[in-house]
Design a protein around this ligand. Structure first.
Ligand code: FUB
Length: 327
């Protein structure tokens, strides 16, 4: 185990007589960040009894030409899987390979990503999809071209999240530039199925939305989460809404992840994992270490996420991270 990740928690307990005694208990925790390197936009998932994190390699756009992944059996010890996909195999992607989102379908793994940071419909790029038989790659281009290469409803085609609904329908929820769309994926992820009113891209943008959408279901309700503020600055943060349908409407319930002046700034672009057997929830996100201003100095962290009734409580960001939690 990496010594950096060993946080020794000293528990002080008082005796009945009022005297203090010191009881040392070794609690192994992940530490934050959970692995070394500048990595942002982490998507955490569980595949084959292992936790995986798929982050953006945080660097100048021209150097963002590959994705690494990380796996762990316990949230504490992480193994790096280098270059699970790169622009040599995704020929249309030239730079800014961002914000992976992955799902398993029929034994294959589909990795959605943004590339090229297109600024208008004349530029080439957008959201692509790569496929592999192994969550650790290597991934190959599924289409040989982007899946979404145009702006719809004002949404820049970046920051995709692939969501599987209760009925088995897969959706792509995505969008930068303060607009968020949802679209129904077809069965082989080569395109989209229109909604009953004939539209393909439905806008579901909540108040203050900027980018980085994420969705999960709990107790039958749809929790929609997103990033607010600017990712290059300290105010980047995460808020959420709850609805009865993946299409919303989503009324902003409040902020649940943000900077802490004693821990880190720019905490945002997150994902959530649920250890269902223990009903533990984890927020996996990036943040900027205190005193750092380089926009790319973003590191991947995990802290526990708790609920009160249906509401999500504000997440306490820590240096210690989370306790060892085997699947
Ligand atoms: O990492 C590149 C971009 O930064 C992402 O697409 C945004 O969400 C922001 O985190």
């Amino acid at each position: 185990m990496n010594l950096r990740n060993l946080a020794i928690v000293l528990l002080f307990s008082s005796t009945l007589s009022g005297c203090f005694s010191q009881r040392a208990s070794n609690v192994v925790r992940s530490g934050n960040p959970v692995f070394e390197g500048w990595y942002a936009d982490p998507e955490a998932v569980v595949f084959r009894e292992k936790y995986y994190i798929y982050p953006t390699y945080s660097a100048p756009y021209e150097k963002q030409v590959f994705l690494d992944a990380f796996s762990s059996k316990d949230l504490v010890n992480w193994e790096k899987h280098s270059r699970i996909v790169d622009t040599a195999s995704i020929r249309w992607a030239k730079k800014a390979v961002w914000a992976p989102s992955i799902t398993e379908k029929d034994g294959r793994y589909y990795l959605f990503f943004g590339a090229n940071d297109i600024q208008n419909d004349q530029e080439h790029g957008g959201i692509g999809v790569a496929v592999s038989d192994n969550p650790e790659g290597p991934f190959k281009d599924h289409l040989g071209k982007p899946l979404i290469d145009k702006f719809h409803n004002g949404a820049q085609p970046i920051d995709q999240f692939v969501f599987k609904d209760k009925d088995g329908q897969y959706y792509l929820i995505y969008g930068g530039w303060r607009h968020c769309n949802i679209a129904r994926l077809n069965s082989d992820f080569t395109g989209f199925l229109p909604f009953s009113d004939g539209t393909v891209f439905k806008e579901i943008t909540p108040d203050k939305y900027v980018e980085g959408p994420f969705m999960f279901i709990r107790n039958g309700k749809y929790y929609f989460m997103w990033s607010e503020g600017g990712w290059t600055g300290p105010d980047y943060s995460v808020a959420y809404a709850i609805a009865d349908s993946p299409l919303g409407p989503f009324k902003r319930a409040g902020k649940i992840l943000q900077q802490n002046s004693t821990v880190a700034t720019g905490a945002g672009h997150h994902s959530v994992i649920h250890h269902s057997a223990k009903d533990r929830w984890y927020m996996v996100y990036h943040r900027r270490p205190l005193g750092q201003t380089d926009r790319n100095h973003r590191v991947t962290c995990i802290d526990e996420m708790k609920f009160k009734g249906d509401s999500i409580l504000p997440v306490k960001i820590t240096f210690e991270g989370v306790e060892k939690d085997k699947l």
